[in-house]
Design a protein around this ligand. Structure first.
Ligand code: ADP
Length: 297
């Protein structure tokens, strides 16, 4: 089953064009949708999840016409929204049981089995009696995935999942997602590039409602291979370097600033060649869309 998005556009009543003619094929496996805040990721996710309508365009999930057959989509959809709220005084086990009823699992014995299996799968079985209000960020996210997996979904949408997780929790969450991604379509919407490079077999970059890139993380790296140059500079020198070079990334490194410059040839011998990262590709792609000067270069 794959997801086919065609010419999707959405303008909010306040005039913001959140989606501008998006067309995208999303195959089985983990798909990373990257973009800065305000890119339109949530608008796209909510539209696929049948929570809002576009102005124009179509979406098909296998044979299902997503925009018309909303019930059909909901039967095969698992959704972990950005702002997933939980009732703080209810235990994970009871809450999951309640969600299972809503998903239509009405037989009590069956529900008990399903809930138990999901608690094990998300590593929450030992804390199943604990109130959700006492859960850590990582535990809440895993609980969010447990509820999204109810009813054996074919399409799973996870919106900004790892913000606020510590590295160990993030790792656990990643392992869980990649296990799930082996069997179904999982769309991971995020502004964290590492999440995509670690997990996804396919990816897209969205910015200001437009699709800038749709590829695999591996092919994305080819775009910058042999064209990425690194130098350590003082922080105060950054503006000067930005004026003279196409600086795609800068980050603090041991108190100094490490910059990555995109250039077909070595800018000068104070720069050394580096293997590009997906972060380089991301910032290069965003930069090209923002600055006509960079695009012309
Ligand atoms: P992302 O998830 O990538 O941060 P969103 O889809 O949330 O992006 O937002 C895309 C743009 O649409 C932003 O400029 C945002 O302010 C605007 N937007 C989102 N939801 C609404 C809404 N309900 N009404 C008006 N503008 C909205």
């Amino acid at each position: 089953m794959q997801l086919e998005i065609r010419d999707l556009s959405k303008t909010y009543p306040n005039g913001v064009k959140a989606l501008k003619g998006i067309s995208l094929d999303i195959p089985r496996g983990m798909f990373g949708l990257l973009g800065p805040n305000g890119a339109g990721k949530s608008t796209l996710m909510r539209t696929i999840a049948t929570l809002q309508d576009p102005d124009t365009g179509s979406i098909k999930l296998g044979d299902i016409d997503v925009l018309r057959d909303k019930d059909g989509v909901r039967r095969v959809l698992g959704y972990l929204p950005q702002d997933f709220g939980v009732y703080p005084t209810v235990s994970a086990e009871d809450m999951l049981d309640h969600f299972a009823v809503l998903k239509g699992i009405t037989r009590r014995a069956e529900r008990r089995e399903v809930v138990k299996a999901l608690l094990h799968r998300t590593n929450l079985y030992n804390v199943r009696k604990k109130k959700l209000g006492g859960y850590s960020g990582g535990m809440k996210q895993r609980f969010g995935i447990a509820q999204a997996l109810l009813g054996d979904p074919k399409l799973i949408i996870v919106d900004e999942p790892t913000a606020g997780l510590d590295p160990a929790e993030r790792n656990r969450f990643h392992n869980l997602l990649s296990e799930i991604g082996e069997h179904v379509v999982v769309i991971l919407s995020t502004h964290i590039v590492e999440d995509v490079s670690d997990l996804c077999t396919n990816m897209a970059i969205l910015s200001a409602g437009q699709l800038l890139l749709n590829t695999t993380p591996r092919e994305a790296l080819d775009l910058l291979r042999g064209k990425t140059w690194m130098k350590l500079i003082d922080k105060a020198e950054l503006a000067d370097y930005e004026a003279r070079h196409n600086v795609i990334m800068s980050r603090l490194y041991a108190g100094r600033l490490q910059i990555h410059v995109e250039s077909d040839a070595q800018p000068d011998n104070s720069f050394s060649a580096v293997e590009p990262t997906l972060e380089d590709v991301y910032f290069s792609t965003l930069g090209r869309s923002e600055s006509p000067r960079a695009a012309a270069a």
